[in-house]
Design a protein around this ligand. Structure first.
Ligand code: ARG
Length: 475
């Protein structure tokens, strides 16, 4: 091992690129690998080129670099983009990061004039520009996927609004509810997530370029021009904040964590409900796996993975918060560690939301099993107590009388030979809750109506769900 290390050390060559002036020696190879972020930040190449194009156009307009040079650089960047997309060139793992890579690819195309692109700019404002562009793009995509999930949930709630099952507290049967009501609870969670991401977008939508390394630049830049070209609605108002701020990334990961938490709760219910113990639903074969040894098994792997991956996103949130917690202003290399938790959260939330939305339409519920469980007479206890209250008994006394009757005679204690009360049917019980937000049919239909106008207001039409609506409802 020691000799290997020695060999690596002797491989130093004369410094090139940004090390050419200040450094006498090239990087230690171990350190070069440690320092490099290209394997992670390569996914920012489109944003990096878009940012550079806007920057060079601004440099030309402001006459900071000659128009001729600017045009050469602009054309060169467009060619680099095309070559990368067509696979004619690739990003080089031996060049530190995506920014150096693009600059180097440009130099290969247009020669030393490429060096003028970095006028009035630093990688510190460049990287945060790329990241903001990327997060903005991803927020828009995730919000679209969430709208699709909301659409699917609304359809499913409509299909199942007549099914009655026990609602639970402490995972103990509590009171009957409509399945549509239960599903609309998830609609509201994901709708809040959609809104929350919209709020996060506002804070992400700030153009940092022009901050340069940390204090701004001596050149007469036009930041508004760059912002407009890149579709930002404002420019950042403090250069030091701009290069060291990663709040927008933290906020995105937090929002992703919240979405995952909601998905995980739904996934957990589907796991429980599809077990033989509950028998409330059958998950589609296409989202389940088999066992390598037990032939009878059909495992809810998609749901379990959603539940499992939720932990990763929480971990990502802790990771980025911890990275940031003790950093002095402004840029510190620690900030390079922001990307892995961010990108991993993006990938996890994107796939998880899509999978839940794809799986939901094909879940088959078992209305008989659900109704049978909801017909457990003890679920009527609250309604019977309410009836005593209507005849003037204080609620606390009614509660004790019902409790005692059940303690003595089980649910038989409620009917004949016990309190002698008519036990309402599950249907009667849900229909008795007709107020806004209740579980009566009218209220559930109201919720669905609001959901539909929300989706319409946000211009949502989904080809996929229109197709699945056309299918015969399986319940
Ligand atoms: N790869 C770096 C990052 O992701 C880019 C910024 C480098 N800036 C610097 N001063 N070394 O943070």
């Amino acid at each position: 091992m020691a000799t290997d290390r020695k060999k690596e050390k002797t491989q130093h060559v004369k410094p090139t690129g940004i090390r050419k002036g200040r450094f006498a020696k090239d990087m230690d190879q171990l350190f070069a690998k440690y320092n490099a972020s290209i394997s992670v930040d390569k996914r920012l190449y489109e944003e990096d080129i878009a940012g550079s194009l806007a920057h060079v156009r601004m440099l030309r307009k402001q006459e900071i670099i000659p128009a001729r040079d600017a045009r050469i650089i602009e054309k060169g960047l467009q060619e680099v983009k095309r070559d990368l997309e067509e696979g004619k060139i690739g990003l080089r793992e031996d060049l530190e990061d995506v920014h150096i890579n693009i600059e180097e690819a440009l130099r290969e195309k247009v020669g030393d004039v490429a060096g003028k692109l970095h006028t009035a700019r630093s990688r510190n404002d460049q990287v945060v520009l790329d990241l903001r562009l990327y997060v903005k793009k991803k927020i828009a995509l995730v919000r679209k996927d969430l709208l699709n999930l909301l659409y699917v949930l609304t359809d499913k709630a409509e299909d199942t609004k007549r099914i009655i099952l026990p609602g639970y507290t402490h995972l103990q049967r509590a009171q009957p509810v409509r399945l549509g009501h239960h599903l609309m609870a998830y609609f509201l969670m994901f709708r809040r997530d959609w809104e929350r991401l919209g709020d996060a977008l506002k804070r992400c939508d700030e153009m940092p370029l022009g901050s340069a390394a940390l204090a701004g630049t001596t050149f007469p830049i036009d930041r508004e021009h760059v912002a407009k070209e890149l579709g930002f609605s404002s420019v950042s108002s403090n250069t030091m904040d701009a290069v060291s701020d990663r709040d927008f990334a933290v906020e995105f990961i937090f929002c992703a964590g919240m979405v995952m938490m909601h998905l995980s709760r739904l996934a957990e219910e589907l796991i429980l409900w599809s077990s033989s113990e509950f028998g409330y639903c059958r998950l589609p074969d296409s989202f389940c796996s088999g066992s390598s040894i037990m032939p009878q098994k059909k495992n809810p792997d998609a749901c379990e993975l959603i539940r499992g991956k939720t932990g990763r996103v929480y971990g990502n949130l802790m990771a980025i918060l911890t990275t940031l917690k003790a950093l002095p202003l402004t840029y510190n290399k620690d900030l390079q560690e922001d990307k892995e938790p961010l990108f991993d959260s993006v990938d996890t939330i994107e796939s998880s939301v899509k999978i839940m939305a794809a799986m939901l339409p094909d879940i088959e519920f078992d209305p008989e099993r659900m109704l049978a469980a909801a017909s457990d007479r003890s679920l009527a206890a609250t309604d019977l107590a309410d009836r005593l209250v209507r005849s003037g008994v204080p609620f606390r006394d009614a509660h004790s009388r019902l409790g005692a009757a059940i303690r003595e005679g089980g649910t038989n204690g409620l009917g004949e030979g016990g309190l002698e009360m008519h036990i309402p049917s599950p249907e009667e019980m849900v229909e008795a809750r007709r107020h806004r937000g209740g579980t009566a049919l009218r209220s559930v239909e109201d919720q669905i109506g609001h959901a539909r106008s929300f989706l319409k207001d946000n211009g949502f039409v989904s080809a996929a769900t229109r197709r699945s609506k056309g299918r015969q409802s399986k319940i």
